[in-house]
Design a protein around this ligand. Structure first.
Ligand code: AMP
Ligand code: ZN
Length: 457
């Protein structure tokens, strides 16, 4: 698997550090408003990344996603107010009510898009202790200084601070570093680790530096270190994170550990709407609900994402979604008609795999998919045998054609029944067929194994 690494600015062969488990940290959503399709693109990208790495079949996966429920100011560089706090005041709700509401929306939308949930989902407010001890360690090593409003990281003390964001990484959407007002900061690259609370603050936590809230960047450093250790495999986020958030995360972690925080840093490009920036004030910060309200399926959006390489700006228009919908539906019909020999299938699988292992070339993989034969898999309403289902998922990257999901216990029974059949123990096989029936499903024997259908009751 070759992946583009932002920090080396090149495609590199990937293998996990320990040779066994891929450890990934993804910067999670700031839960103060509904996730936009831009945010969702970031997680479609990481989902494809994770599934592709798993499909290689050599490694396990341990992935962590934080939920930013405190500390993210209006500007990424210590200006403005806390986004959650503003939303809470506006809605006359508590910060906890706001973050609960939008975390639920995020979970719902990602599930609709067939994005697998992470092993660990970690709301920042539950890791304040880890953040405080990270800051205290930095303080001991002399990387911090105090101001009237907080504790700051002195970036000039960290060598190679610019490594990740060097010039060519600055996206047109990234905040320009030069605009940042210095205030009490000693240098323009310095950033807040702990912010002392104003008396009116809704969220505050006790700390050695007084009541306050953590800086946004320290969240990810502390949570990543808590679960993934001093050095892990891949860190992901949108390109907007390169110049400030990830640059600062890296500095404050490596200042402590003297090791590379992550081997690979991977970033997805932005979604634009009609070639302009997506923003709430322009009324074009679309959500998945906006898409489904217009009669499109979530899968049409996922398919649209797959047509653009993750490192290319994706221009969203309603016309592009409409043609993605038509294309997706035609694809499914075409796949049904294709009849291939085993040799042809093997060749296509290789072509498909080659596209994906070349830095996740999903557009090319989709082109291969058009020539594929998964008709059996797409014939019925019910999902078929596990083996085949895996094959579909390999081919379609979670573009789930079936609304009905077969419960895991039914699949387990069907697998057990298959084993009995293979052992020619038809008595027990029939018993399990009845048991499956009593759960409302029918198991049908096929050349490949079996299919399961939901019984009409
Ligand atoms: P946030 O909720 O703002 O913390 O962002 C969550 C994720 O979405 C981050 O990885 C961002 O970099 C990413 N992101 C934000 N806006 C866009 C966009 N328009 N297109 C693609 N990714 C985005
Ligand atoms: Zn982060």
């Amino acid at each position: 698997m070759r992946l583009y690494n932002t920090i080396t600015r090149s495609k590199q062969e990937f293998a996990p550090i320990d040779g066994k488990t891929v450890r990934i940290y993804s910067c999670g959503p700031t839960v103060y408003s509904s996730p936009t399709i831009g945010n969702l693109r970031a997680y479609v990208f990481t989902d494809i990344l994770k599934k592709s790495l798993k499909n290689i079949g050599k490694w396990g996966l341990f992935d962590v996603l934080n939920v930013t429920d405190v500390g993210h100011l209006q500007s990424d560089s210590d200006e403005g107010e806390d986004k959650v706090e503003i939303a809470a005041k506006r809605a006359q709700l508590s910060p906890a009510e706001i973050t609960k509401k939008y975390t639920a929306e995020f979970t719902r939308d990602t599930a609709l898009l067939n994005i697998a949930p992470p092993k660990v989902l970690s709301p920042a407010t539950q890791y304040i202790r880890e953040m405080i001890s990270h800051i205290a360690e930095l303080e001991k090593l002399g990387f911090t200084y105090d101001t009237s409003d907080g504790v700051y990281f002195d970036a000039s003390k960290f060598p190679d601070y610019e490594k990740l964001r060097r010039g060519d990484n600055l996206s047109p959407d990234s905040p320009t570093i030069s605009r940042i007002a210095l205030g009490e900061k000693r240098g323009k690259n310095d950033f807040c680790l702990w912010r002392k609370s104003k008396p009116t603050a809704l969220q505050k936590f006790p700390s050695p530096w007084g009541d306050g809230t953590p800086g946004w960047h320290i969240e990810c450093s502390a949570i990543a270190r808590r679960y993934l250790g001093d050095e892990f495999d891949i860190h992901t986020g949108g390109v907007d994170h390169i110049p400030i958030h990830h640059t600062n995360e890296r500095a404050q972690t490596e200042a402590l550990t003297n090791r590379p925080m992550s081997r690979f840093w991977m970033h997805n490009e932005f979604i634009k709407i009609n070639n302009t920036k997506m923003s709430k004030s322009l009324g074009n910060a679309y959500t998945l609900t906006d898409i489904t309200d217009k009669g499109y399926a979530s899968m049409h959006f996922r398919y649209l994402c797959l047509l653009t390489h993750y490192r290319t700006i994706m221009n969203f228009t309603w016309e592009s979604l409409d043609s993605a919908k038509k294309s997706y539906e035609n694809l499914v019909k075409t796949i049904k008609k294709n009849k291939l020999t085993e040799i042809e299938i093997a060749a296509l699988r290789k072509e498909f795999q080659d596209a994906i292992t070349d830095d996740l070339n999903t557009a090319k993989a989709i082109a291969v998919l058009w020539r594929a034969d998964v008709d059996l898999a797409l014939e019925y309403d019910a999902v078929l045998s596990l083996g085949l289902r895996e094959a579909i998922e390999k081919f379609t990257f979670g573009l789930n054609y079936h609304a009905d999901k077969i419960p895991a216990d039914v699949i387990a029974l069907a697998n057990k029944r298959l084993e009995f059949k293979k052992a020619r123990d038809f008595l027990n096989a029939d018993k399990l067929r009845d048991e499956i029936k009593s759960l409302g499903y029918e198991v049908l024997d096929t050349k490949e194994g079996y299919e399961i259908r939901k019984l009409n009751v």
